[in-house]
Design a protein around this ligand. Structure first.
Ligand code: PM9
Length: 462
C-alpha cells in the first residue's frame, strides 16, 4: 500500500450538528417522476431526489452562527439593525461604497440594467449568464460575448478561462463607440464556462482599457471567493495572500457589482447591488422600492440580512474555500480517472460533463445534455442540470436557437451539504451511465416557455 505520510486531505473545517433525512427511491419510481417532470430536472419534486446537484444556489448549509443570527432579526420595515450589519459586511469584505439589498441576484440585475442600459446599447461580457443577459435584453440592450476562445473549448487547460479577450473588446468599442457601451459585464468564476476564473492581470487590463474609454465595469460577484481561491493557486504573486484580500482587490478593479448571495455568501435567499457612484446609487435605491422593497430591506426579512452579513464573512475564509473547492475537485478527479469527458480545468462550484463527447451519436437539437441529466437521475436519483442549447435559448432578434459550443450537464455541489461518500455515489453513477451511453436516446422539446426556457420546458423521448 502506498504511504499516506505526505498526503494532506481537503477535509471540511466543520462538523455536523443536525441532519436532514433523505428518501431513497427505486428506478421504477424515478422513471415515473421523470415522466411527470417532462424530463426536465427542474420540474422534479425534491422529495424524489436523493443527491441534489441541481444547483449551488440557495442550497448551502448555514452555520450555527448564521442560524443564531436569524434569531436576532430586527423585523422593522425601515432601518433594521440587520441592514447596518449587512452594509458593514459589504464594506469590510468587498469595499464597495454603497449597497442596495435585493431578494436575489436577478433583482439586482433588473435594477442595474434598468438604470444603466438604454435601448440599442451593447453590453460586452465574459460569457453570457441566463438571467443577466435576459435583464440586459429586457432593458433594450444586446449582450456580446468577449470571453477568450479557450472558454468555449471544454478540453483547453487554460488556467484562467474566464478571461476577457482585449482585442474583441477593443473592436466592439471601435465599431459601436463608447457612448453605446454603458458598462462591461465581468463575472468572476464564469458559470456557463464551467466555474472558470478570471485573473487579476486580465481584470487590470480590462480596467485600463475601459477607463480610457469611460466605460464602467460591473462585476457579477456571485462566486467571487471561489475565483479568488484559484488566483491564489495559479497567479504569480498571490500564493501568500488571503482569499479575503484577493476578493477585495478584485472588487477594487470594478465600479459596482450584482450578487446572488445564495451562492458564495452561504444563504438560502438574498442578494444585492453594490455601487461606487453616488448618483447611480441614488437611482438604484429609488428603483428598488418599485421592485423589491425599501432600500434597507430589498425584499428580505431582517433575519435574512443578518444571515447574509455573517455568511459573507464566512465565505472569504481560506479554510472554508479550500474545502469547498477541494470537494469539487475530489469528484472531478474521479470522473477523470473513469475517462468521463468533463470541462477542464475542474471549476469552482461543480463538475461540468461534456455531453457532446459523452453522447456523440446525438445531434445538438436532440438535446444531449438534457437527455444525459435525465439518465443520471434515472440511474441513481442524482439531480443535475442542463447547461447547453436549452439554457442558451433563442436569439432575441432572429428567434433562432443559439447553438453553444459547450453542451454540458452541471453537477453542482451545494456548499457544506454533502459528504465524500455522496461524491463517491455520484461518480459511480456517472460511470454506470457512461458505460451504457450508446443506449441513451435524444429528446424533442414539446413545451417551450418564452423566457428562461430551461426552467420550465418539457421534453419527450425520441
Ligand atoms: N445562478 C445557478 O444555478 C440559479 C439560477 S439559474 C439556474 O447557477 C450568476 C453567475 C448566477 C446566477 C444564478 C445569477 C442569478 C446571476 N449570476 O438566481 O437570481 O449563477 O439569485 O442569481 C443559478 P439568482
Amino acid at each position: 500500500m502506498k504511504s499516506k505520510r505526505n498526503k494532506r486531505s481537503w477535509a471540511e473545517p466543520y462538523k455536523i450538528k443536525m441532519v436532514e433525512l433523505l428518501r431513497m427511491t427505486t428506478r421504477e419510481e424515478r422513471k415515473k417522476a421523470l415522466e411527470y417532470a417532462g424530463y426536465n430536472t427542474f420540474l422534479l419534486k425534491s422529495k424524489d431526489v436523493y443527491i441534489d446537484l441541481l444547483t449551488d444556489s440557495g442550497t448551502s448549509a448555514m452555520s450555527d452562527r448564521q442560524w443564531a443570527g436569524m434569531m436576532l432579526g430586527d423585523e422593522a420595515y425601515a432601518g433594521s439593525e440587520n441592514f447596518y450589519h449587512f452594509e458593514s459586511a459589504v464594506h469590510e469584505n468587498y469595499g464597495y461604497k454603497y449597497v442596495v439589498p435585493t431578494h436575489q441576484g436577478r433583482g439586482a440585475e433588473n435594477i442595474v440594467s434598468k438604470i444603466m442600459i438604454k435601448p440599442g446599447d451593447i453590453i460586452p461580457g465574459n460569457m453570457y449568464f441566463t438571467t443577466t443577459r435576459l435583464h440586459q435584453e429586457l432593458a433594450g440592450g444586446t449582450f456580446v460575448d468577449i470571453i477568450i476562445d479557450e472558454a468555449h473549448d471544454s478540453q483547453s487547460k487554460h488556467p484562467f478561462k474566464g478571461n476577457g479577450n482585449l482585442t474583441k473588446l477593443e473592436s466592439l468599442i471601435k465599431i459601436y463607440g463608447s457612448k453605446k457601451i454603458p458598462y462591461i459585464s465581468i463575472a468572476t468564476s464564469v458559470n456557463m464556462a464551467g466555474g472558470q476564473p478570471i485573473s487579476i492581470q486580465n481584470l487590470r487590463e480590462i480596467r485600463k482599457l475601459t477607463e480610457k474609454h469611460d466605460i464602467k465595469v460591473i462585476h457579477d460577484m456571485t462566486r467571487v471567493a471561489e475565483n479568488a481561491w484559484f488566483i491564489k493557486q495559479r497567479e504569480k504573486g498571490y500564493q501568500n495572500k488571503s482569499v479575503k484580500s484577493i476578493v477585495k482587490e478584485i472588487c477594487s478593479l470594478t465600479d459596482g457589482a450584482t450578487m446572488s448571495a445564495k451562492k458564495d455568501a452561504l444563504v438560502n435567499i438574498g442578494g444585492f447591488l453594490a455601487l461606487n457612484d453616488k448618483a447611480l446609487y441614488e437611482e438604484a435605491s429609488n428603483m428598488v422600492v418599485v421592485y423589491e422593497g425599501l432600500h434597507t430591506y430589498g425584499g428580505l426579512a431582517g433575519r435574512d440580512l443578518e444571515a447574509m452579513a455573517i455568511g459573507i464573512g464566512e465565505s472569504v475564509n481560506d479554510d472554508h474555500i479550500r474545502a469547498r473547492v477541494g470537494q469539487v475537485e475530489y469528484l472531478g478527479m474521479q470522473m477523470l480517472e473513469a475517462k468521463i469527458p468533463i470541462v477542464q480545468p475542474i471549476g469552482g462550484h461543480g463538475i461540468f460533463v461534456d455531453a457532446k463527447r459523452f453522447l456523440p451519436h446525438l445531434k445538438q437539437l436532440q438535446f444531449p445534455a438534457q437527455a444525459l441529466a435525465a439518465e443520471i437521475y434515472l440511474d441513481s436519483g442524482v439531480r443535475s442540470m442542463e447547461r447547453g442549447i436549452v439554457s442558451a435559448g433563442r436569439n432575441k432578434d432572429t428567434g433562432d436557437h443559439y447553438f453553444p459550443e459547450l453542451e454540458l450537464v452541471r453537477l453542482t455541489i451545494p456548499r457544506r451539504v454533502y459528504t465524500q461518500a455522496h461524491m463517491d455515489v455520484v461518480a459511480e453513477s456517472l460511470e454506470e451511465v457512461f458505460h451504457n451511453r450508446k443506449k441513451i436516446k435524444g429528446f424533442k422539446m414539446v413545451h417551450e416557455p418564452k423566457y428562461l426556457r430551461f426552467f420550465q420546458a418539457r421534453f419527450k423521448k425520441l
